[in-house]
Design a protein around this ligand. Structure first.
Ligand code: BEZ
Ligand code: FE
Length: 303
């Protein structure tokens, strides 16, 4: 049955069988309901029934699926969202993000936000070091925030967060890591430039002690995310960019558990051994130097 109309009497009074099941279910929706809800439910029912017909689950398998989803629900708390994690590992989060952020070539691409973002991280002047636990290989990130024509964007906000060198975010190790370790908010200067000091990110596992972890192991997949540093870049008049930079040498670059890696987000990490250069930047040699520009696109006007 088409998804954009109410059922005919013939469809409404037909009996349910395995061939007509989806159409019968969809025909049960009332007249005058929200058209978007009608479309969404119609499509989901159509594809769910087609999947059941193709898979032909036994009753035990169907119950196992229901029990799995029940477990996903039971794992959710105020601070843990196992359904989002499930959407992440099935690639749906990245697909929905891609469908909603078609950007012109050259514009910085989005990737997954993840569950470890905290608003209200400390604001720092450019050049500050966000690594408060002193672990890891020093890294200096320098670049500019630009518009699509290559002009500097002054006053852009760069909200940055990453794991420590043990592969944990500060919020996963309260009382172990300093509060706000490896988080900071920076502002681009008049020429669009920004810079900060940190440590080279390393790969780490997504929370895998719940049903999503069980699923990943059953599928022979790694729970690891490719090593990355998160950014949210905002500036008045521009689309918000939720993105990462990835290290090129990470062993999980092509196996990222949540499909967040995009070629355009893999940065060049240059290992600098020059002690004078390191000293001038306030880090110990050797350190990793990363040049990274963000290119923002104008926000769509709402009027
Ligand atoms: C993260 O990068 O922080 C993340 C993303 C998706 C799921 C889990 C963690
Ligand atoms: Fe992350």
């Amino acid at each position: 049955m088409a998804t954009d109309r109410t059922a005919t009497p013939a469809e409404k009074f037909a009996y349910f069988d395995e061939r007509t099941s989806a159409a019968i279910v969809n025909a049960r929706m009332g007249a005058g309901i929200d058209p978007r809800l009608r479309q969404v439910i119609s499509v989901i029912v159509k594809h769910l029934h087609a999947a059941a017909r193709e898979i032909e689950p036994t009753p035990e398998e169907w119950l196992a699926a229901i029990n799995f989803l029940t477990e996903v629900g039971h794992t959710c708390t105020d601070w843990r969202q196992e359904f989002i994690l499930l959407s992440d590992v099935l690639g749906v989060s990245m697909l929905v993000d891609a469908l909603n952020h078609h950007r012109p070539p050259g514009a910085t691409e989005n990737t997954v936000l993840g569950p470890f973002y905290l608003p209200q991280a400390p604001h720092y002047p450019n050049g500050a070091n966000i690594c408060l636990d002193g672990k890891g290989e020093p890294m200096v990130v320098r670049g500019r925030v630009l518009d699509a024509a290559g002009n500097p964007v002054a006053g852009a906000t760069l909200d940055i967060w990453q794991t420590n060198d043990d592969g944990f975010y500060d919020v996963q190790q309260k009382g172990v890591q300093p509060e706000w370790n490896l988080r900071g908010v920076f502002t681009s200067a008049a020429d669009g430039s920004y810079w900060f000091r940190s440590v080279k990110p390393r790969y780490y596992p997504i929370p895998d002690d719940g049903p999503v972890g069980v699923l990943l192991r059953a599928l022979g997949r790694t729970p690891n995310r490719a090593a990355h540093c998160h950014f949210i870049v905002t500036a008045p008049g521009f689309e918000r960019v939720v993105t990462h930079i990835f290290t090129p040498d990470c062993p999980y670059l092509h196996e990222d558990a949540v499909f967040g890696v995009k070629e355009s987000l893999v940065a060049n990490f240059v290992r600098v051994t020059d002690a004078a250069q390191a000293a001038s930047l306030g880090v110990a040699a050797p350190f990793w130097s990363v040049n990274w520009d963000f290119t923002l696109v104008a926000a769509m006007s709402s009027g």
